[in-house]
Ligand binder design. Structure first.
Ligand code: ARG
Ligand code: ZN
Length: 848
């Protein structure tokens, strides 16, 4: 049965204090809880309790409850005894962390006890009202012989075999955390703007210390930035980060004790790529920023998840833009938004940024809630301006500190701070689907007037057939035929289904630079020929719109090439100008040289009403790469040589931009040099960025046997690099070989599939190989279904998440569709499918 937003009821009790006492043991950990409660309104005392929790004792004010006074039904424990207005509920349970392969609640990762409670994991630890609007201060005592014992808040006492932690800030149970194990800290300190001294620790397994420094530096930068950009200060004496190898997602913002997937902490030049470093900095920032947007102000219920996630993603994007190149970050974010969120919004899994119903909340930690949630805030900021945004945020922190808030609360602070009515804007939260925005132009030479007419239309999504028009901020600039900007960026505010805007006093018909900075998450359709796009690609003063023009050209020629056309000379020439433009930022040029993915081409073909052929798409993309390389081999070669970095490795924007440009050039040359350049780079490179890229290119060129063996021998004891070794041969394989390669790797003894990173590497590697996964014989679908079923019995969250690879199945040909349908039905027919995977597969199956 689905949970509904409309069913929200406040909890009848307030919790004044929680005391938890853990006696850790791998297979029988004892948890004692004392919960001081005060009645707020009438209603029964209900606690959430996982099926895997064994209840031994339950008492009220020291008096053991009679068996008849307590019922346990599914995941709910109900106390029927008469209760005073204030009382202390005490429970004692045992749980089995070693048997917890779902990695939700308390579990073991390589001998380290750790927790993951968001969204509903705390009920697997102890009976409790496991909902975000119940907030309380926690005191935690841990008994264990392990050397490091951590929980939320400040340390009170640490003696042999026992540690006490006190968190003065009231918080919901999903922010609870406990860690115990043999861990070593890389430590630092930070003094906040008001002078509070904070000890910082990044805890890793012994031996991993040399790879933890970048995470610590990123934390310091995050703390400083949140003070400067938002005036937000840290509020405890310690901030602990722990890296664990088994983790279902990226990281978790538990109060004062963030727990991270080790992939997002550990990095050295030899083992991590520039992209890994950038993600580490971004995610360290993200989890830190949650301290205010998520922890101090949390969500009333899980329907409001975007309140903390959309805002915190928006903040981490601002942070990365400030640390690195803002235009390049914007382009990267739009590329991922389109690849993941547009795909979601246009398929069977489409849902509003604030969903109104769910079966399993873990299935709603989606690109729509996170990334579209961030886009919606970006639009708000554009509409109210930087000052309006700053005022609204100050009011938000002021008014709601300590609250479990809603989207209505969030919008109200913008209304109150700026005087704007956001009734129509709110549709961005309630209505799913990506609006299609059509722009047409009329030029009146006699008066020098340009009229732009926009029309918006949002296609139906599951459960939402009709959508009224939304507020769309459209950032526009005008470029004169000689390349000057005659109208700097201005934001048009569209509110109707169809609307006109005019610009006058123009001496010649300008070229319109539309949707600058990607000012709204919409699909823009306009009539502009290849020459016009090439003009914008050369002259647009807005870096996003400039890149976008090149991307459009690339996509259009690729779509035409799948139908047999030859590469568009206009595009090949435009790439030549990028190669010659040595004044432009290398990272930006690298983005311009990268071809759209196979999947992006497939979407463009579907959008045009045709059926994509994955093999033809793959061949077209290879052919376009080869055509660019043959036309520009000298320039590419020059760029490759001139952008070699000779200074000692730094993962900063400058060096990583040069490496990205150099590797983009090599990627094109690889199509015509038979892997020669990649071979020598693989032999010479001293950093993982270049080695992994070279290895990928060797795989694509079919020349990697020797390199793969050497790579494995060198890194066999570095788990994160071995993950990459499992991923690359599948992701980069020529499509016809991808499933075979995946099967061979999956049969290896070191395919430790219960480890989420290892599973994601191999299984996700296959789903990222578009033509390989969508193999015409259906073997890619069968392989994925087999592994999802196997994983589902062990870790339902991971199985459900990876099932998303099927979401676009209905856009392919009949033969592929029938294979996909069979694989989906086979999963639905399996006995004892988890609630997680069942919800995902049934929604996906409904596509046709
Ligand atoms: N709040 C975490 C973050 O955004 C993610 C938690 C995801 N949890 C889950 N069960 N899917 O950093
Ligand atoms: Zn988050």
């Amino acid at each position: 049965t689905p949970h509904l937003l409309a069913d929200y009821r406040p909890y009848p009790f307030t919790i004044n204090q929680v005391r938890l006492d853990f006696t850790l043991d791998p297979s029988a950990t004892v948890v004692r809880a004392e919960i001081q409660m005060t009645r707020r309104q009438s209603g029964e005392l209900e606690l959430d309790i996982g099926k895997d929790v064994t209840l031994h004792r339950i008492s009220v004010d020291g008096v053991e409850l009679e068996p008849a006074d307590v019922t346990r039904d599914g995941e709910v424990l109900t106390v029927h005894a008469a209760l005073p207005d204030q009382f202390t509920l005490a429970t004692e349970v045992t749980i089995n962390p070693a048997a917890n392969t779902a990695f939700e609640g308390l579990y073991l990762s390589n001998g380290i006890f750790c927790t993951q409670c968001e969204a509903e994991g705390f009920r697997h630890i102890t009976p409790y009202p496991d909902r975000p609007d119940v907030m309380a201060p926690f005191e935690v005592t841990i008994h264990s012989a392990l050397p490091v014992l951590l929980s939320n808040g400040n340390p009170v006492s640490q003696s042999d075999g026992q540690a006490v932690w006190q968190d003065p800030w009231k918080k919901p149970a999903y922010l609870f955390a406990l860690v115990a194990g043999d861990l070593h800290a890389v430590s630092g300190e930070f003094t906040t703007m008001s002078g509070r001294h904070v000890d910082l620790n990044v805890w890793v397994r012994p031996g991993d210390e040399p790879r933890a420094g970048y995470a610590l530096e990123s934390l310091v930068r995050s703390m400083k930035w949140d003070e400067e950009a938002y005036g937000r200060e840290y509020d405890l004496d310690v901030f602990n980060i722990v890296a664990v190898d088994d983790f279902n997602m990226g990281a978790m913002e538990n109060k004062g004790l963030n727990i991270f997937n080790s992939k997002l902490v550990l990095a050295s030049p030899e083992t991590a790529t520039d992209m890994d470093y950038e993600r580490i900095e971004g995610v360290i920032g993200h989890e830190y920023f949650h301290n205010w947007t998520g922890n101090r102000i949390t969500c009333r219920d899980w329907f409001q998840l975007c309140l903390k996630e959309g805002l915190t993603v928006f903040r981490d994007q601002q942070f990365t833009s400030a640390m690195r190149s803002a235009p390049v970050k914007r382009i990267q974010d739009v590329v991922t938004l389109r690849a993941r969120q547009f795909r979601e919004d246009q398929g069977p899994l489409a849902h509003p940024v604030r969903p109104e119903s769910f079966v399993e909340i873990n299935n709603f930690y989606t690109a729509t809630v996170y990334e579209k949630g961030a886009e919606v805030i970006g639009m708000l900021k554009r509409l109210v301006g930087d000052d309006g945004y700053a005022k609204a945020l100050d009011l938000y922190f002021d008014r709601h500190d300590g609250d479990a808030a809603t989207i209505e609360d969030w919008l109200k602070v913008f209304e109150d701070a700026t005087g704007r009515d956001l009734t129509q804007f709110k549709r961005w939260y309630s209505d799913a689907g990506t609006p299609i925005l059509t722009m047409s132009e009329a030029w009146d030479a006699a008066t020098g007037t340009l009229t732009l007419t926009f029309e918006q239309k949002t296609p139906p999504t599951p459960g939402q057939p009709d959508k009224p028009p939304r507020v769309i901020p459209i950032a526009i600039g005008l470029i004169s035929p000689n390349g000057d900007e005659v109208q700097p960026t201005t934001v048009l505010e569209m509110t109707k289904e169809k609307q006109e805007f005019t610009f006058d006093g123009l001496s010649a018909q300008p070229v319109v630079s539309a949707l600058r900075g990607f000012s709204a998450p919409v699909v823009l359709k306009r009539q502009l020929d290849a020459a016009g796009k090439a003009f914008l690609f050369a002259h647009d003063t807005d870096p996003f719109a400039r890149w976008e023009a090149g991307r459009d050209l690339a996509r259009e020629t690729l779509v035409a090439m799948t139908g047999g056309a030859s590469p568009d000379p206009e595009y090949i020439a435009a790439i030549g100008r990028v190669l010659a433009d040595d004044d432009a930022d290398p990272a930006f040029r690298a983005m311009c040289l990268r071809l759209p993915s196979d999947e992006e081409i497939a979407v463009a073909i579907s959008d045009a009403g045709n059926v994509p052929d994955p093999d033809a798409i793959h061949e077209a993309r290879e052919a376009l790469g080869a055509a660019i390389a043959s036309a520009h081999d000298t320039a590419l070669d020059r760029i490759y040589r001139e952008n070699a970095v000779s200074e000692p490795y730094e993962p900063d924007a400058d060096q990583s931009g040069r490496r990205a440009l150099r590797l983009a050039a090599l990627g094109l040359l690889n199509r015509i040099d038979g892997g020669a350049g990649a071979t020598s780079l693989f032999d010479q490179a001293g950093n993982m960025t270049e080695r992994a890229a070279a290895l990928g290119l060797l795989i694509a060129a079919g020349k990697a046997d020797d390199a793969l063996q050497r790579f494995y021998d060198e890194f066999s004891d570095v788990r994160l690099v071995v993950d990459m070794w499992f991923m690359l041969p599948v992701a980069m394989a020529p499509p016809k070989q991808a499933v075979e390669v995946a099967k061979t790797l999956a049969a290896r003894a070191d395919f430790d599939w219960k480890n989420p990173n290892r599973f994601r590497a191999l299984i996700g590697g296959l789903s990222s190989n578009h033509a390989g996964f969508h193999a015409a014989d259906g073997l890619g679908y069968d392989f994925l279904a087999d592994w999802l079923l196997k994983m589902d019995a062990v870790n339902p969250q991971i199985a459900a998440r990876m099932s998303g690879a099927f979401e676009s199945w209905a856009q392919y040909d009949e033969a592929r569709k029938s294979h996909a349908r069979a694989a989906l039905d086979r999963m639905l027919d399996a006995p004892s499918l988890s609630r997680n995977l069942r919800e995902m597969v049934s929604r996906i199956r409904n596509a046709a």
